[in-house]
Design a binder for this molecule. Structure first.
Ligand code: LIP
Length: 282
């Protein structure tokens, strides 16, 4: 059963409140710019976990359990609250307590706290906050995307790839990160500029705000992409798989643009893939 407008508004209010509380907790106890030692590493030493990743996710899960009981939750640090959530249940919250943990642990302010509510695999409600930058942006499907102080987000109008500024990211796993090197090199040559900020959720916010014209990435996680994808769509942009198939956060792949350069970026991505498949490097 599809969530109706008032239910989406209510879910958005819950998401904003929970993300807001997470930001407040972090701000009260963590000084901006402070280095934070990892408490653990995931598969490799390039993928750290800090105490804050866990503390924030625990707070968000606890508050969602109180404010929206019964909805499955999937989070980066604590996993899926039920097997159904993992498999993509009808309704689920996706949480990334710190997107851009490497930046965060080095005191770099480019990291985000994200929450999205997906229904049948589609993000319906999204909030991304960047505590050290003072950003909060949110969207609900069909209702537009806004900053916390009420400005509507609109994507850029850049229609020419040579004038476009793009961003991407690379997985922590060095065994697979090279898979995006050929794409990076290609766009570095043909696009106006390429950037690598280290937090997918903020890359997507920057597309939604019209500061970037496009973003692509593969091999990351659903919670890195889901909230930002809705922000871009609600700001008038377009989000698909990097192949042009419909966007599904669980694939860990996305191409998000202002819409005007989308087809050209899809074509360029296909060209690089074809070259790689023929053994032409990358
Ligand atoms: C990060 C992403 C980034 C990607 C990193 C990593 P995390 O998320 O936001 O775009 O390039 O490898 O996945 O793990 O810091 O939440």
């Amino acid at each position: 059963m599809a969530l109706d407008g008032p239910e989406l508004d209510e879910a958005l209010a819950v998401a904003r409140r929970v993300v807001g509380e997470a930001v407040a907790l972090l701000r009260a106890r963590h000084a901006s710019g402070e280095r934070v030692e990892p408490v653990a590493f995931k598969a490799t030493i390039f993928d750290p976990v800090t105490a804050w990743d866990r503390r924030i996710e625990d707070l968000m899960r606890e508050r969602l359990g109180q404010l929206a009981p019964g909805v499955p939750i999937v989070g980066e640090e604590r996993g899926a609250s039920s097997p159904a959530a993992q498999a993509g249940s009808a309704l689920r919250w996706l949480l990334d307590p710190i997107d851009g943990t490497v930046n965060f642990s080095h005191g770099l302010p480019l990291y985000g706290i994200t929450a999205s509510l997906e229904e049948d695999g589609r993000p319906m409600v999204a909030v991304v906050a960047a505590p050290d930058l003072g950003w909060e942006v949110f969207a609900r499907r069909g209702g537009g995307a806004f900053t916390g102080d009420g400005q509507e987000l609109r994507v850029s109008a850049t229609a020419d790839l040579e004038r476009a500024i793009l961003a991407t990211g690379f997985p922590y796993d060095r065994a697979t990160s090279h898979k995006n090197f050929a794409e990076w090199e290609h766009f570095q040559i043909i696009a106006g500029a390429c950037r690598r900020f280290g937090a997918a959720s903020l890359d997507l916010v920057m597309v939604a705000r019209g500061w970037l014209d496009g973003y692509w990435e593969a091999d990351i996680e659903a919670w890195d992409l889901s909230a930002g994808a809705l922000l871009v769509e609600e700001a008038g942009g377009r989000v698909t798989d990097i192949t042009g198939e419909p966007f599904v956060s669980d694939t860990g792949r996305a191409l998000a643009t202002n819409g005007a350069i989308h087809v050209e970026m899809l074509e360029q991505l296909a060209t690089v893939r074809a070259r790689r498949d023929q053994g032409g490097g990358g």
